[in-house]
Design a protein around this ligand. Structure first.
Ligand SMILES: Cc1cc2nc3c(=O)[nH]c(=O)nc-3n(C[C@H](O)[C@H](O)[C@H](O)COP(=O)(O)O)c2cc1C
Length: 182
C-alpha cells in the first residue's frame, strides 16, 4: 500500500510539513510505503483550460506536476497539506488542485480507482479554529467528486513560527493517529 503526502507550504519543516510527516509516520506504522512531495520545489503551470484531458486520459502539460498526478492515481492514500494564505490554500496548492481536473473524465466522473483515502492538513495564524472552516470543507467536496474518502482534517491554529507545532503534542498525536487509521 502506498501513501503520499503533498506539502503546499514553501516552509520546509514548517507546521504543515511537520503535520503531513506525522500522518505519513502513522501510515508507515500501519504498513504503508510513503513518499512526500514539496510543491514549492516543483515547477508547473496552472490548468490551461484546453480540455485535452476530456478527450484523453491525462493532462496535456508535461511538467513537474505530471509525475505527482500519476502518484495520486497510484496511491491508496493521499495527505493533502496547505497553510491558509489570504483566506485560502496557497497558490502552489491551488494550481495543483486545478490540474487535478484532469483526473475526472468528460462526464465529470472520476478516473481514479475507488477506495482511496485522504487526510487534509491545514495551518493558520488565526487562533479561531472556525475562521477558515470553509476552505478544507470545500476542498473535501472536490476530493469527494474524485472518489476519495476524507477520513480526517488536521488543523493547526496560532501557527506563526514554523516550529510552533512542536509545542502541540496533542495535534501531532492526532495526525499520527489519522495516519495509523488510513
Ligand atoms: C502570504 C501569507 C498569507 C497569510 N494569510 C493568512 C490568513 O489569511 N489567515 C491566517 O490565519 N493566517 C495567514 N497566514 C499565516 C499562515 O497561515 C501560518 O503562519 C501558517 O501556520 C503557516 O504554515 P507553515 O508553517 O506550514 O508554512 C498567512 C501567511 C502568509 C505568508
Amino acid at each position: 500500500m502506498k501513501a503520499i503526502g503533498i506539502v503546499g507550504s514553501p516552509r520546509r519543516n514548517g507546521n504543515v510539513d511537520t503535520l503531513v510527516q506525522a500522518v505519513l509516520d502513522g501510515a508507515e506504522e500501519a504498513g504503508y510505503q510513503t513518499t512526500k512531495y514539496h510543491l514549492n520545489d516543483m515547477r508547473y503551470s496552472g490548468c490551461q483550460a484546453c480540455n485535452y484531458c476530456k478527450s484523453h486520459e491525462n493532462c496535456r502539460l508535461d511538467d513537474d506536476l505530471s509525475g505527482l498526478l500519476s502518484a495520486i492515481s497510484n496511491a491508496d492514500a493521499v495527505v493533502f497539506g496547505s497553510p491558509i494564505y489570504f483566506f485560502q490554500f496557497t497558490g502552489q496548492f491551488r494550481l495543483m488542485v486545478d490540474r487535478m481536473y484532469s483526473l475526472i473524465d468528460e462526464e465529470f466522473k472520476s478516473r481514479l480507482s475507488p477506495g482511496k483515502k485522504a487526510v487534509i492538513v491545514t495551518s493558520q495564524g488565526d487562533p479561531d479554529p472556525d475562521a477558515y472552516d470553509n476552505v478544507p470543507r470545500e476542498f473535501a467536496k472536490a476530493l469527494s467528486l474524485l472518489g476519495f474518502e476524507v477520513i480526517d482534517t488536521i488543523k493547526m491554529v496560532s501557527g506563526i513560527a514554523p516550529d510552533d507545532v512542536k509545542g502541540r503534542g496533542d495535534l501531532l498525536e492526532k495526525a499520527r493517529e489519522a495516519g495509523r487509521s488510513l
